[in-house]
Design a protein around this ligand. Sequence first.
Ligand code: HMG
Ligand code: MG
Length: 294
Amino acid sequence: MNDVTLFEVGPRDGLQNEKTFVATDIKVDLINRLSNTGLKKIEATSFVSPKWVPQLADNADVMGAIEHVEGVTYSALTPNLKGFHAAIEAGVKEVAIFGAASESFSQKNINCSIIESIERFKPIMELAGEKNISVRGYVSCVTHCPYEGEVNPSQVVAVIEKLIDMGCYEVSLGDTIGQATPNKIKQLLERVMNVAPIDYFALHCHDTYGQALANIMAGLEMGVRTIDSSIAGLGGCPYAKGASGNVATEDVLYMLNGLGLHTGVEIDKIIDTAWFISNELGRAPNSKTSLVKR
Ligand code: HMG
Ligand code: MG
């Protein structure tokens, strides 16, 4: 119970939201540096439509160029079969399907209803099973939606049930626009724990309102042991207006270290990597910890 997995989403969730295209060799350098920090899970890119997310149009080139360090999983988002096939061809061994608890967000993000998205995921799950590919599930808008406001936990539970029935090994609960507060996270986790044991769930907190660390602490108290985070606090969602970056990996790691929870990740290397990508992007890291250790 003292081990926590940090699931690094910066190269995907972070870079998908940059205003200008980040060069492929910088992405590759970033992922290689992250691979050297002790992280075991790195979300490297997305196989989505380049018209929707041009920032990650170099998905296959990135996957082809990175060093594949033993023991590190490099995953990618796949919204449909087309993306899944492209990901497999590029050598991806773990994919993520991503749905939402709110209809409007589902439409804006993946251009279909929640029910339609589940239908699109089914053939991915079947093929993934045949090819021995692990599939992670995401649910966005677990407490708030940028278009519909507060989201009822029952809507979240309905999607989670489907994703777990379909065979996702883990479901990441996305506070897409960072509006959750710790009480909401606890209430949500109480509900989802009726669907599956707590170790099926990860927390994916954006930090728009500065609540992410408090929300993660609430999750840790409830037994969550996988936390999504983003190097230098990069990120947001292009289809969620106002969503700022994920909680910074270095800030979560600082807290976990202080709590005596073990990740195997070296904080100095994470801070160096945060400064590397921030320098490339021409700004300071969006992280208190990295700012102290300049
Ligand atoms: P669509 O337009 O409805 O798809 O988009 P379509 O099937 O009608 O195809 C239209 C065109 O896209 C066709 O090309 C397809 O070939 C192409 P055309 O004939 O016009 O030249 N296409 C693709 N190309 C490459 N890869 C593919 C692919 N699929 C179709 N996989 C689609 C539907 C899902 C593709 C689109 O809406 C899309 O790509 N959405 C992605 C949005 C996205 O990536 N959002 C950010 C990630 S989610 C997130 O950040 C939240 C999360 O972090 C958790 C949280 O914070 O809550 C995970
Ligand atoms: Mg996100």
